[in-house]
Design a binder for this molecule. Structure first.
Ligand SMILES: *Cc1c(COP(=O)(O)O)cnc(C)c1O
Length: 392
């Protein structure tokens, strides 16, 4: 056991995988070099053969990127992590590394839009098929599994309706049917939810969101065990190269140091906003599992240590009223990005879900009156004051 094994979660986020050169930097150093040199031909051969540890080439092993990978792996309770150029590159890398032509995958409806496009428009060309299920319906997951199914893939909570899936129950189904369970943990991060401890096999991240936390860089990661991630996913990365840039890894590494504090503060602000929203006359319903009367509140408490920073709500009057509320804000940013210190507001039906069919939108509960706020870290009184005129 090394000393990192004894550290608590907050310490892991700040100190795990700390690296120093002989200059003894206190803050992590940015290793901006495409390749690394050897003292001798013999050493080069030893590193290339894997006999000796060492850096070779930044497509697959860069010191700053590896520090980010090792720290995130620790925080998710995993041994291995492969960092990628974006969250979508993480999902593509996962599929390319672990699926082959003829394979089938079961996914939750209401996935991130580009994940649906990746499956329907790209993976389908390589002979990979997908079945979409209601993620709260365990029987639907089970009955969608076929002899060629390789994995179950989901996001919990879902965007933008904030429904959650029972990770423990799905892990049991996955184990019994010998398929992998993959969870996109972008909305809650390891601070609020650790899918691997609940039985999932692999965790996906878009580092672009909360891991950065200040809207600067695009990145992603695949986290899991030695076999699937350390070997298969790493081999795909080494060969095909959808890798994270060292600069972005350095930004994310600093982001991880404050992630624990930030996620708790996002959750605190979001709960206060949800409580305020449900007292407003124009608001028909508030979708936030932190509210004690939310139908999935108990399930959320059993697998999450917080409820996250995203609150959705439905207003009476459909699109017209929803747009007015957006246009009446002066501080909150009108953008569909999330995971930033700054609060953002979006109307999913006309933005993120514009290209989703009306039928699929109805099935996912994305109505014309639905608004989504990714609650930032401003004073909650200022966030509320910014929404008040539009809701009056
Ligand atoms: C943003 C997002 C992605 C894609 O990540 P990028 O970094 O934008 O490529 C995947 N899944 C979820 C849940 C996301 O929110």
């Amino acid at each position: 056991m090394n000393r990192e094994d004894h550290w608590g979660f907050a310490t892991q986020g700040i100190r795990a995988a700390e690296q120093r050169t002989e200059q003894m930097e206190h803050s992590p150093v940015l290793s901006l070099s495409s390749s690394y040199v050897f003292h001798s031909a013999e050493e080069a051969a030893a590193v290339f053969s894997g006999e000796q540890q060492g850096y070779i080439y930044s497509r697959f092993n860069n010191p700053t990127v590896m520090a980010f990978e090792q720290r995130l792996a620790r925080m998710e309770g995993a041994t291995h992590c492969v960092a990628t150029a974006s969250g979508m590159a993480a999902i593509l890398t996962l599929f390319m590394a672990l699926l082959k032509s003829g394979d089938h995958i079961v996914v939750s409806r209401g996935l991130f839009g580009s994940t649906i496009s990746l499956l329907n428009n790209i993976m389908s060309r390589f002979g990979v098929t997908a079945t979409y299920v209601d993620m709260t319906d365990l029987a639907a997951w089970e009955s969608a599994i076929k002899s060629n199914t390789r994995m179950l893939f989901l996001e919990t909570p879902s965007n933008p309706t904030m429904e959650i899936a029972d990770i423990r129950a799905l892990a049991e189904i996955a184990r019994r049917r010998s398929v992998l369970l993959v969870v996109d943990n972008c909305f809650l991060t390891p601070v609020l939810q650790q899918p691997l401890a609940l039985g999932a096999d692999i965790v996906i991240h878009s580092a672009t969101k909360y891991l950065d936390g200040q809207g600067r860089c695009v990145g992603g990661a695949v986290v899991g065990d030695a076999e699937r991630v350390g070997k298969d996913v790493f081999m795909f990365m080494r060969t095909a190269g959808p890798c994270m840039s060292p600069f972005n890894a350095w930004v994310f590494l600093k982001g991880l140091e404050t992630l624990n504090l930030r996620m708790k503060a996002h959750s605190e602000n979001a709960l206060k906003l949800a409580e305020w929203l449900r007292l407003q006359l124009r608001v028909r319903r508030v979708l936030y599992t932190g509210l004690p009367d939310h139908p999935q509140h108990q399930l959320a408490c059993s697998q999450q240590s917080g409820f996250g920073g995203v609150v959705s709500f439905e207003v009476q009057g459909g699109r017209e009223v929803a747009w007015k509320i957006i246009d009446a804000t002066q501080m909150i940013s009108i953008t569909s990005n999330l995971g930033d210190t700054r609060s953002t507001i979006t109307h999913p039906a006309s933005t993120t879900h514009l290209r989703v069919s009306q039928e699929a939108r109805d099935a996912a509960g994305v109505s014309e009156g639905l608004l989504r706020i990714a609650v930032g870290l401003e004073d909650i009184a200022d966030i509320i004051a910014d929404l008040e005129p539009g809701l009056r």
